[in-house]
Design a binder for this molecule. Sequence first.
Ligand code: ZN
Length: 169
Amino acid sequence: MIGSLFDRLFGTPLPPLQEGGPGTALLQSLGSGDYGVLRTAAVTIALTRGAALLDDLAAQLPYVEAARARYNTDPKWIRERYELDFVLRKLRHWRDRSGCLCQLYPYWMHYQPEREIASGHLLPIATGVAEDGWGDTQDAACTACGRGWRCTDREYHAPWWEWSPLPQR
Ligand SMILES: [Zn+2]
């Protein structure tokens, strides 16, 4: 009871940050309590495949977990939870060596195929129209593991992108 009151008034204290690594500024942003700052950092983390950066971030998972826990108490923090939950998923995936980072595409609705192609993470295969007629599709192959993906443009209040694996050939 005292704990939850404390959380609401002051926010859960974050554990000390091991500073000086490539992820320090991003971690500080995730813990900033400012949605715009947090979101910008989350986007950077979602888009990177940089091993040194991901190593540093994954080594400080307890800091990110504590930053995420501050948003447990109020339903209005849905955007903060969405972004931080994805950051946690990606960092745990990296820490656990769970496979190629392209496997995370279905879990963050802001991955855009054009941006992934421009970053060299995907090679385009073909474009088309979704089977249900709602949205354009981009088929592409991951440049790291060769896995094929279909990405469909969607719209619900705002644009988002739906990813599904292409059948293995
Ligand atoms: Zn891949």
